[in-house]
Design a protein around this ligand. Sequence first.
Ligand code: NAP
Length: 228
Amino acid sequence: MALVTGGNRGIGLGIVEGLLHEGFQVIMGSRNLTQGRLAVDFLEDLSEYVDLMQLDITDYTNIKKAAKYVGKNYERLDVLVNNAGILGKNQKSLKEESIDEIQLVMDTNFFGPMRMNAAFLSLLQKSRDARIINISSGMGALGSLSGANSAYRLSKAGMNAQTILLSNDFRKDGIKVFAVSPGWVRTKMGGDHAHRSVEQGADTAVWLSVTNEAESGKFYRDRKVIPW
Ligand code: NAP
């Protein structure tokens, strides 16, 4: 059983589709159920293997309820993909950015995955091969920390740090934790000029869900380790 946050569009929907092709049953997290239903319909024949779940990663009460539902119905979770994210509206450098905007972006991109990991940990521990896959960004790589989109960069650098910390914490539990840079992808966030398709952007996350060749606690792009 796999769960993808923000599974209703963009890279998240691409990951849902890829996981279905790998034979997973998938819980599609969508904060808006109407949008989620449209996404499930888009999957046509594969939709029977999808369980749509209302999930807003900024709402811890909602997340804990979702974890209870998954525990009751599926008993364990094998793959958690922390995909949901926002770019933020300002795109400013850090010296110009407001604290309110940074808080808003961190609440989704940084605290959202933290809430998800905490709420689903006991279900991940019940899997014999559990994986947490954090959809990060090259914009959060330490070597790229300059200029615009500072709130977003901070949030993804923080997500990368979470990946390292958790992978070390969970090494004994056998839970693997990865960060992924999908590249620049044609989605609502990436825009029409991005040079990658959704399928290309989703590929490494789907591969990390099944491969035994990847190392926990590393940052991946195009199925290869990249620098933090
Ligand atoms: P997108 O098309 O804008 O989709 C974002 C998804 O996240 C939507 O499903 C959205 O739900 C969901 N979401 C946002 N806030 C949420 C919340 N509080 N709770 C639950 N869901 C929430 O973006 P995308 O390009 O597919 O991005 C997916 C991930 O890839 C993000 O983490 C992003 O940072 C990362 N990424 C993207 C690119 C790129 O070029 N596109 C590059 C690097 C990294 P709604 O439909 O309800 O808004």
